[in-house]
Design a protein. Structure first.
Length: 201
């Protein structure tokens, strides 16, 4: 209280040592592949005294590392008594990949029914983001990849690969087994041979 002549007054002293608390309904997250839009997170605060503070947000910009991206927003605020809030940061990460993997397919080829059947080994596809990608194979006759090939039919083998963002690649080649020159042909011990007089020839 103070007194001057016939006037008296009362000082009001505000004691505030509590810092505001910054909050957000958003959270740091991985946005997956090729998001269509990056929405800036919203920040708010609560304070024991002040109700009209301005939260400042620092946008760190988009950082790129190969196919991967990240962006961080950091919010700060201080109350009218100078108590600073603990900064709150939210980071989004995502991947930019619209390129399909690359598969190297075999050339089309023809076998004689008496030739050794080749053993097909699946290659690995190469992807700009994921590196080596597993390849799957499907035969047009729906048999397993290294089952004996039927004689006189053209069999198409299709290789397929898919990267982590769903970009797919396909390639195909054919295998044709021509008939034996002699009449009775069978598949034995990994090759096609003529069977005559009860023995292999």
């Amino acid at each position: 209280m103070w007194t001057t002549g016939n006037y008296q007054g009362i000082y009001t002293i505000v004691g505030d040592t509590e810092a505001p608390i910054i909050s957000s309904q958003n959270q740091s997250a991985d946005l997956g592949c090729n998001p269509t839009a990056i929405v800036t997170p919203a920040f708010g605060y609560s304070d024991n005294c002040d109700t009209n503070l301005q939260v400042s947000v620092n946008d760190g910009g988009i950082l790129a590392d190969g196919c991967f991206r990240s962006q961080t927003w950091t919010a700060n605020v201080s109350d009218s008594c100078g108590n600073p809030a603990t900064p709150l940061s939210i980071t989004y990460t995502w991947k930019v990949d619209t390129e399909a993997p690359v598969i190297a397919c075999l050339r089309d080829y023809t076998l004689s029914a008496c030739d050794q059947q080749p053993t097909l080994v699946l290659p690995l596809a190469l992807d700009n983001c994921d590196g080596e990608v597993i390849v799957t194979a499907v035969r047009s006759d729906e048999l397993a990849l290294n089952d004996p090939f039927p004689i006189g039919q053209t069999i198409t083998i299709t290789y397929s690969a898919e990267d982590g963002c769903g970009n797919t690649a396909n390639c195909s080649f054919t295998v044709y087994v021509s008939a034996c020159g002699r009449p009775h042909c069978t598949y034995t011990q990994g090759s096609y041979r003529d069977w005559e007089m009860g023995r292999l020839s």
